[in-house]
Ligand binder design. Structure first.
Ligand code: 5GP
Length: 348
């Protein structure tokens, strides 16, 4: 047994120190980034926020709402090949650059993806998200390799992991973007059920360093409760930020509205929660414990209001530290460690 003595940080443990700036207004900041990748030769211009590949978040409606803002969506895995084909052919190549097709690592997942790629028009399957709860298995890295060999031109995002050596291994296996986060998700019970995890901001900082050193990218996945947390993730080095909770409860979540005590709610549930297992697999398997939970969130109408909040928060943060472009935010950031209990008081 070994103990790491350094205290690792979550988003709530820091604030960003403001700096003298020549920027006159938030409008002067550019929040669309231009990305080059390690394996995929395409150049992507994006406001680098990604809706999570969860039921109730990674939906067709969410993708359509995101296109005008150049934001990205990782579709959930439960659409059929025919539904996916229809959607991709409707949106066309220009919008398809903002959509990830999501796959797990079972043989059936690979077969479904292969079948879909043969059925859909060429040029539409551009991005693939390979998603598992635990990205540390050899089988996972092998699967990433297999997908890279089959789809040499695709933008591949794979995860989740939280340490630099595994980021490097996944980039070498063929990933362009490595997804970072074990346990920070709001509907996640992994830390509670297994004791496993890594404070998210430190994971982002350390993994960004590992990825950028070899031309890779990272996506900070989960744990952003406020827009300020998204800012902190990008300031810490995340190229992309994935969120589920920020985009749930909206019309685009494609969930039923629940009427209770005069208020309106929607269900938000972890991908491995009993609710997800019941909906998509006929129940939780006996040998598995559920590492996800179900929450009822207040219904919040169209997602566009949330997008404007995100754009506004990021522009404002860039102005506070004098970053003309989102890309400069990391370089311009000084984090201040704060007393977490006091910090939580102002959030209330
Ligand atoms: P949030 O934005 O809600 O904080 O986090 C969303 C992220 O939580 C997802 O992108 C995914 O990585 C993670 N997640 C989603 N469902 C589950 C689950 O059932 N269990 C665990 N451990 N993580 C989940």
């Amino acid at each position: 047994m070994r103990i790491i003595e350094d205290v690792k940080l979550d988003y709530k443990d820091v604030l960003i120190c403001p700096k003298r700036s020549t920027l006159r207004s938030r409008k002067d900041t550019d929040i669309v980034r231009e990305f080059k990748f390690k394996h995929c030769k395409r150049i992507l211009k994006s406001f680098p926020i990604v809706a999570a590949n969860m039921d109730g978040v990674g939906t067709f409606s969410m993708a359509r709402a995101f296109f005008p803002f150049k934001m990205m969506v990782a579709l959930h895995k439960y659409y059929s090949i025919d539904e996916l084909k229809k959607f991709f052919e409707e949106i066309g190549e220009k919008n398809a650059q903002y959509v990830f097709y999501t796959t797990g690592i079972a043989d059936e997942d690979f077969e479904k993806m292969e079948k879909f790629s043969k059925k859909v028009k060429k040029g539409l399957l551009q991005n693939i998200c390979i998603d598992v709860a635990n990205g540390y298995t050899e089988r996972f890295a092998d699967y990433v390799k297999r997908v890279r060999e089959k789809f040499p031109e695709a933008l591949i995002m794979a995860g989740n992991v939280v340490t630099g050596e595994m980021v490097e291994q996944l980039i070498l296996s063929g990933a362009d973007i490595v997804k970072i986060g074990i346990g920070p998700g709001s509907a996640c019970l992994t830390r509670r059920m297994t004791g496993v995890g890594y404070p998210q901001l430190s994971a982002v900082i350390e993994c960004a360093d590992a990825a950028h050193g070899m031309g890779g990218r990272i996506c900070a996945d989960g744990g952003c409760e406020y827009v300020g947390d998204v800012v902190k993730a990008i300031a810490g080095g995340a190229d992309f930020v994935m969120s589920g909770s920020m985009f749930t409860g909206h019309d685009e979540s494609e969930q039923e509205i629940i009427h209770k005590d005069g208020k309106e709610y929607m269900k938000y549930f972890g991908s491995s929660s009993d609710e997800a297992m019941k909906r998509h697999y006929g129940g939780t398997k006996k040998y598995k414990t559920s590492e996800g939970r179900e929450i009822e969130v207040l219904y919040r109408g169209a997602v566009e209001g949330r997008i404007q909040e995100l754009e506004g928060g990021l522009r404002s943060a860039c102005t506070y530290v004098g970053a003309e472009k989102l890309k400069e935010l990391t370089k311009k950031t000084t984090f201040i460690k704060v007393n977490r209990q006091l910090n939580q008081l102002w959030e209330k």
